[in-house]
Write a protein that binds this ligand. Structure first.
Ligand code: FES
Length: 194
């Protein structure tokens, strides 16, 4: 006599297979994990984007500054900035040029002629960083009415360094002349520094 096993009558197919219902705790974990990865991914993408908005040191080092010099009268100077440093642009008078050229270059701490610190045919344009070569203070002398010191150029109030009309160190602790950056006259009225 035929036996009936598993309560399935003879000749009938067994019931179709159904997957067991998902464990809700496991699904929650998968969702949380996915969100967490998405969050980390968003931060990983956003940070480089924010960083791209700041100029890198390389970009800053290659940057140039254009300066309109058309309004700087003889005897005047302006303060600008170049690669985040103060920059002085000065239009020397014939008298100031004469005073600079009258100096015995051999007697200077950092021997340089005015011609070596300016462009040929444009010796009246003295373009230097406005950073004292002693400890980096910003010297006076570029602003209207500021103390130009005993040599008529620039005077550093921090420790008394005095620069002449060519921006050369003449007195005080600064070891070097005010630095002259790379620059070119793009036109008669525009200088590109850098
Ligand atoms: S920083 Fe200019 S004299 Fe010291």
């Amino acid at each position: 006599m035929a036996t009936v096993e598993n309560n399935i009558p003879p000749g009938e197919d067994p019931a179709p297979y159904h997957e067991p219902a998902h464990d809700p705790r496991r699904r929650d974990f998968i969702n949380i994990a996915a969100v967490s990865f998405a969050g980390v991914g968003a931060v990983a993408i956003v940070l480089p984007l924010i960083n791209q908005m700041n100029p890198s040191a390389d970009v800053l080092a290659q940057s140039t500054t254009e300066i309109d010099i058309s309004k700087i009268a003889p005897g005047q100077a302006i303060k600008s900035s170049f690669r985040k440093q103060p920059l002085f642009v000065r239009n020397l008078t014939p008298k100031e040029i004469g005073e600079a050229n009258a100096v015995d270059v051999g007697s200077l701490r950092d021997p340089q002629t005015l011609a070596e610190r300016t462009k040929a045919g444009k010796e009246n344009w003295l373009i230097t960083l406005g950073v004292c070569t002693h400890l980096g203070c910003v010297p006076l002398g570029a602003g209207e009415g500021e103390n130009k010191g005993p040599f008529g150029g620039y005077f550093c109030p921090c420790h008394g360094s005095a620069y002449d009309t060519a921006g050369r160190i003449r007195q005080g602790p600064a070891p070097q002349n005010l630095h002259v950056p790379e620059y070119n006259f793009t036109s008669d009225t525009v200088v590109t520094v850098g």
